[in-house]
Design a protein around this ligand. Structure first.
Ligand SMILES: [Zn+2]
Length: 120
């Protein structure tokens, strides 16, 4: 199934810091003291990787029917999908949404996923 969300994949420069395409906020690694800290801007729909969803916006939850669910319930949802978090975040249909999927090379094949969409 073709994803509704527009996708960009990083496979060679997968470690490049990802910035919001709409406002330029660096969403991951902006804090030199803690590079795992995430910074969500108003355009951020989700920040996730293959083992967890780090950030879910209310728009994301509403769009993929996760509103009110706990992190554990959401995890059960994506663990039931063949492609896990990648598949779940491909289901986003928010207008003009953009997803950046960064895949570390084999053998790790570890993916990180960032979703953004304009706000009114
Ligand atoms: Zn932004």
């Amino acid at each position: 199934m073709k994803p509704a969300i527009q996708r960009t994949e990083l496979r060679t420069y997968y470690y490049t810091p990802v910035h919001c395409p709409f406002c330029g906020t660096r969403v991951m690694g902006a804090d030199p003291a803690d590079e795992t800290r995430i910074t969500a801007c108003p355009h951020t729909l989700f920040i996730a990787h293959d083992t967890a969803i780090e950030y879910r916006s209310a728009r994301f939850d509403a769009n993929v029917h996760l509103t009110g669910l706990s992190d554990e319930e959401v995890a059960a949802r994506w663990k039931a999908l063949e492609g896990g978090v990648d598949d779940l975040t491909n289901q986003v249909t928010v207008a003009d949404a953009i997803k950046v999927a960064a895949y570390a090379p084999e053998p790790s094949a570890y993916g990180s996923y960032y979703g953004f969409a304009p706000v009114e």
